[in-house]
Design a binder for this molecule. Structure first.
Ligand SMILES: [Zn+2]
Length: 215
């Protein structure tokens, strides 16, 4: 017999609620989904426990294909040896599932973006922040003007970094040849979004002005 930890016990309690309510109520939907998924949207979000896209967009199972990682980043198109998890998910979503919309959703109080801004993890070893430091190095170029003009501390600078990170991911998405091509053909739309944790307001990016406004 498995002796659950407090954490597992809480998860299992949630699972039982899900079986009672969620599963039964949406039984038909789950049955249909048995044959396969046809989500129309790919969402790239942060792993942060406060910004679950399915919760924020109140969607049903099968509606959104989600990639979550530290700071909601899409790396550039790279074909070097390595395990390219985000690229694999992107390839599957765009080429196989043929999603029509890709949403990059950054968020307020993002620890990954803050570390990119302060550079506090730079030079640390794997296990001591080194993996995070390597990952968020992607934001170094976008950080420069923010650090210069606003500084590296305080919410104003942090928010600027969080929103710039969304733009970095959008730019990197467009380095994938098939994403660029499909966007040109209007087969897929790329969208920048930002979820402000404190007030729960979703903002959308207007790429022409570079400004985020409440949705
Ligand atoms: Zn985050």
């Amino acid at each position: 017999m498995i002796l659950p930890t407090k954490e597992l016990a809480e998860l299992l309690a949630g699972y039982r609620r899900f079986r009672e309510n969620g599963w039964k109520r949406k039984r038909e939907r789950w049955t249909a989904l048995r044959e396969g998924q046809e989500p129309r949207v790919l969402i790239i979000a942060c792993s942060d426990s406060r910004v679950d896209p399915a919760q924020i967009f109140d969607v049903s199972p099968g509606e959104i294909f989600v990639v979550r990682n530290v700071a909601a980043l899409v790396p550039p198109f790279e074909t070097n040896v390595g395990y390219h998890g985000v690229s694999a998910a992107l390839e599957f979503a765009v080429q196989v599932l043929k999603v029509r919309e890709i949403v990059v959703m950054g968020h307020g109080m993002c620890g990954g973006c803050k570390a990119a801004l302060t550079q506090e993890l730079r030079g640390t070893e794997p296990g001591k922040g080194g993996f995070i430091a390597d990952w968020i190095e992607m934001l170094d170029e976008a950080r420069e003007p923010i650090a210069r003009e606003i500084g590296v501390a305080g919410r104003e600078a942090e928010r600027a970094m969080e929103q710039a990170a969304v733009q970095v991911s959008l730019a990197n998405l467009r380095t994938f040849p098939w994403v660029r091509e499909k966007e040109k053909q209007h087969d897929v739309t790329l969208r920048g979004a930002f979820f402000a944790i404190s007030d729960g307001v979703l903002h959308l990016l207007d790429e022409r002005t570079g400004k985020f406004s409440p949705a």
